[in-house]
Design a protein around this ligand. Sequence first.
Ligand code: GLU
Length: 394
Amino acid sequence: MSTLPSLSTWALNIAPSPTLAVDAKAKSLIAAGEDVCGFAAGEPDFDTPAHIKDAAIKALRDGKTKYAPTPGIPPLRDAIAQKYTEFYQIPTQAAQVVVSPGGKFSCYLTILATCSAGDEVIIPAPFWVSYPEMVKLAGATPVQILATDATGFKLTPAMLEAAITPRSKLLILNSPSNPTGAVYTLAELEALTTVAVKHNLYIMSDEIYEHLLYDGVKHVSPASFSAEARERTIIVSGFAKTFAMTGWRLGTIVAPATIAKAVGELQSQMTSNATTFAQWGALAAYTEKEKTQAALDEMLVAFDRRRKFLHTALNKIPGVSCVLSQGAFYLFPNIASFGIDDLKFCERLLAEHKVAAVHGSAFGAQGFMRISYATSDAILAKGVERLAKFCASL
Ligand code: GLU
């Protein structure tokens, strides 16, 4: 057998997604008949609302099975532009909107459109696992700043200032946050945006959890603060989390027109349009607003109930402490007091007690673990009981 050339540096240096890896492991154990409590996936346990599925089925039947314009079908881009203009008071034209094959791809396109080799990208930790890898794939350098539970997992303007160098190009913000659920207040976000404007940084604002908010908290985007903020902010979002559409792979980008054009051109060479009939299905989320709101309300009631239950139950476990965050569907308890590496902790929790959760260091925060409460109340209760037993055994 001949010795083949090596694979690329990209292939050799990329770390596979740990969230997907732990979730796949949990799912394969469940498929093999194991009684696993799966807290790993950032995936709603609800089904996609029926009116959205029906619209996609109709689109298939109507022959919407061909290429669409790369940045998205016109009525969906119009509806998204209208949403940002009316709901968030961020004036948006359809030309500023790109529909991509997933929120993850929206992030990658944004990084590719704004960063080159040598540029630094500031990533507040705990961060979603894919940001640093995407930055590396773009040839740029990730710069992590850790904000622990001591500050509610939130970056302060002083911490941001301290990380900025002449090579800083892009700041990634993610509120509500994956993995902590933390939500910046308007004042906190405005202060960070002011620093980004002062230092002429782009902002990628990942707002995929924009509708999953509790305690009456309202979503704010950095793009809403001023014209200076808007001209440098790329808003990334998508349908997966809000509408339980993870498998549909539909993300969005809303950006100043020049950036949106660059993003669309990158996408034209990489994937072409996001799946055409899926976009026609997603359109129903906007055209049948009452049904959409009813489906979202149902999910929010369940998520909020589970959030409170989980927070109380976690804080009852000796050695565990957990901040009550106000967004997304994750809590990020501190498990440092047990004195074992968080990866080992989560591996043993799965092997010995059949609970799947993702270790904090995957998100840049050693000593924590992420629990997704996008799962049934019964599984949540059973899993927390097992976690308590495991902690007691340490
Ligand atoms: N974003 C979700 C999570 O964090 C889905 C998995 C992934 O793409 O990372 O669990």
